[in-house]
Design a protein around this ligand. Structure first.
Ligand SMILES: NC(=O)c1ccc[n+]([C@@H]2O[C@H](COP(=O)([O-])OP(=O)(O)OC[C@H]3O[C@@H](n4cnc5c(N)ncnc54)[C@H](OP(=O)(O)O)[C@@H]3O)[C@@H](O)[C@H]2O)c1
Length: 409
């Protein structure tokens, strides 16, 4: 398979990587270990040399499966993993203290059965730890030979700049697809300026862009898509317009929607390397075929024009979290000198915990009463219904409004 280099790092990887998360995390079911190992090796047989995992996927089990699968071909592949949560558990909240990073790396190295991690990302910016300290810790790990390259995930522009000044980043891993183009405004120009590669996660819009999901599709219990408004029945119906577009282009080019979604990303910049996830070999093979699909300037213009007339509906994360993300996006609390950072963290962690426990297909968002009920002092009933904006105000976070922090999730 064609290779790409992530920014100015010199780190060369297959033009399409393999996102291994879904084999153990996020989609409700866990793939049988033997099957998962076979699939990862099948990806390598088909030219993939870039594999993505994280401490929190499972937690821990995904790294273990990836480690076992890649052990016999370790010298031929690039393994990327991530740290950044307390105890390696998302629900326990962000934790990028230097000692936590060092401990996480030891665990990852063991599970991945390797003595060096090729690309180590901070999974989410920790509002309580200056990003320079994080970058400095990774720099030390690089000097010690335990890590080769540094990356961040879903970080805002200011965090990226500050971290990059301490330890150059090879890549930013953030959501980017035909379905989610937010990085185009600030982040992609910044990456271009600094020479940092972009690794788009959820490049298939969590499956939506493949044209295999419609309003009748049901997701198993524990599937993250049950918890995001983008996948509400009405929004799925409304958003079929983008699937129609991708299908039409695919039809004209004699290819598949998944390949169009990935080829579009590949055409954006030569340093963009998407990492689709797949649990089925047929899906994986379809995705990898995207390297052979060339979108002409005319194709790209048509896509752009048609996209501009489509309004996508729904949030990529549970709506209440996305509302908060919008209100507070961009930088870490510490960098901004916020004194309320523990409060911000606790609110976000709480929302996150509740969102995680509600992935049962019944409720898209944590019940507001539960959120409020857990926040001391308890607001009176008269304060219902409460919106994220109200909650931010009530919790004294309004002074943070308009400023930016990174997504915490
Ligand atoms: N840094 C972060 O915070 C973060 C967040 C999310 C994801 N990620 C990384 O990004 C990777 C991919 O993201 P993702 O899994 O969220 O989303 P994705 O790659 O956009 O979509 C995966 C979904 O698409 C389906 N699919 C794949 N190829 C298909 C095809 N050709 N035809 C029909 N369906 C197809 C898969 O189905 P099957 O599984 O049934 O094959 C799966 O349901 C993850 O594995 C993970 O490594 C990182």
């Amino acid at each position: 398979m064609e290779k790409r280099v992530l920014g100015k790092s010199g780190l060369e990887v297959s033009a399409i990587g393999f996102g291994c998360m879904g084999l153990s995390h996020s989609y409700g079911t866990v793939t049988d270990r033997g099957e998962a190992i076979r699939l990862i090796r099948a990806a390598h047989d088909r030219g993939v040399t870039f594999f993505d995992t994280a401490e929190v996927y499972g937690p821990f089990t995904n790294e273990d499966v990836v480690g076992e699968a890649l052990q016999p071909i370790r010298d031929q592949v690039v393994i990327a993993t991530k740290f950044g949560f307390r105890n390696g558990v998302i629900a326990d909240g962000p934790d990028s203290r230097p000692e936590t990073i060092r401990r996480a790396v030891e665990g990852s190295l063991k599970r991945l059965r390797t003595d060096t991690i090729d690309l180590l990302y901070q999974h989410r910016v920790d509002p309580d730890v200056p990003v320079e300290d994080v970058a400095g810790t990774v720099k030390d790990l690089i000097a010690a030979g335990k890590v080769r390259h540094f990356g961040m995930s879903e970080a805002g522009g200011e965090s990226i700049r500050k971290a990059h000044a301490v330890q150059p980043l090879a890549a930013l891993q953030s959501e980017y697809s035909l379905f989610w183009r937010e990085p185009e405004t600030e982040i992609i120009p910044l990456l271009e300026e600094l020479g940092i590669g972009l690794v788009p996660f959820s490049p298939l819009g969590k499956g939506f862009l493949t044209g295999t999901i419609n309003e009748k599709t049901t997701f198993p219990t524990g599937d993250f898509r049950n918890a995001t408004s983008r996948f509400d029945t009405e929004n799925r119906r409304a958003n079929q317009a983008i699937v129609d577009l991708v299908r039409e282009i695919a039809w004209n080019k004699g290819t598949t929607p998944a390949q169009i979604a990935l080829a579009w990303l590949l055409a954006r910049r030569p340093w963009i390397v998407p990492i689709p996830g797949a649990r089925k070999l047929a899906h994986l093979e379809d995705d990898l075929g995207a390297v052979n699909v060339r979108l002409s300037r005319q194709d790209l213009r048509t896509i752009e024009k048609r996209l501009s007339s489509i309004t996508l509906r729904g949030e990529r994360y549970p709506a209440v979290m996305e509302a908060l993300r919008r209100a507070l996006k961009g930088r870490s609390c510490v960098e901004r000198g916020w004194t309320a950072s523990p409060e911000v963290t606790s609110v976000l962690t709480l929302w996150h915990n509740l969102c995680l426990t509600r992935q049962d297909g019944v409720s898209r968002d944590p019940p507001i009463a539960s959120i409020v009920g857990c926040l001391p002092p308890q607001p009176s009933k008269s304060q219902f219904p409460i919106t994220p904006a109200v909650l931010i105000r009530q919790r004294g976070l309004s002074r943070l409004g308009g400023r930016e922090v990174d997504v915490l999730f």
